[in-house]
Unconditional design. Structure first.
Length: 164
């Protein structure tokens, strides 16, 4: 379903397991900080709302979305976590830089997830305009950070279920 028709924060039609037994990492890009801070607030508050313990949420910042991949890799290498939520925002500009960054981050986070067999959640906004980012970071389309947190909980639960 297209984002314009969906609130990213509405999980009323799905069951979300308790986050209490899990440990989460959150890696947040500093670039576009007003947007990424809103994404972080949504993710953090959603984890707490679903039962995560404050001491089981590790948060680190990285300079930009490109560095989310190495941030997630370092976090999984050095911490016992059940899932990592990566939050960033890349807004289309006048050059192809947007395409390279978005592609690199998506592929990089997928590779980190496969390397560690742990959920690494892509909570990166890839928008054409600043307003589209605002709309998805707590605006009229909800908050992609909330979606990232719920996805992390569900994937951590799935991993636990399948791994026994």
């Amino acid at each position: 379903m297209a984002t314009q028709l969906k609130n990213l924060s509405d999980f009323s039609e799905t069951e979300v397991p308790s986050a209490a037994p899990f440990r989460f990492g959150i890696v947040v890009a500093e670039w576009n900080a007003s947007i990424t801070n809103a994404l972080y607030q949504g993710a953090y508050e959603s984890l707490i709302e679903h039962g995560a313990l404050v001491e089981n949420i590790l948060t680190y910042s990285v300079p930009g979305s490109f560095e989310l991949t190495s941030g997630a890799d370092l976090l999984l290498k050095n911490s016992r976590l059940d899932a990592v939520i990566c939050l960033g925002c890349v807004i289309q500009g006048e050059t192809r830089h947007f395409d390279f960054i978005c592609n690199a981050v998506a592929n990089g986070l997928t590779n980190v997830a496969l390397k560690y067999s742990k959920p690494v959640i892509f909570g990166v906004l890839t928008t054409d305009t600043q307003q589209q980012a605002v709309d998805r970071a707590g605006g009229k389309h909800g908050n992609k950070g909330v979606e990232g947190a719920v996805t992390a909980i569900k994937m951590a639960y799935l991993a636990e279920t399948l791994n026994g």
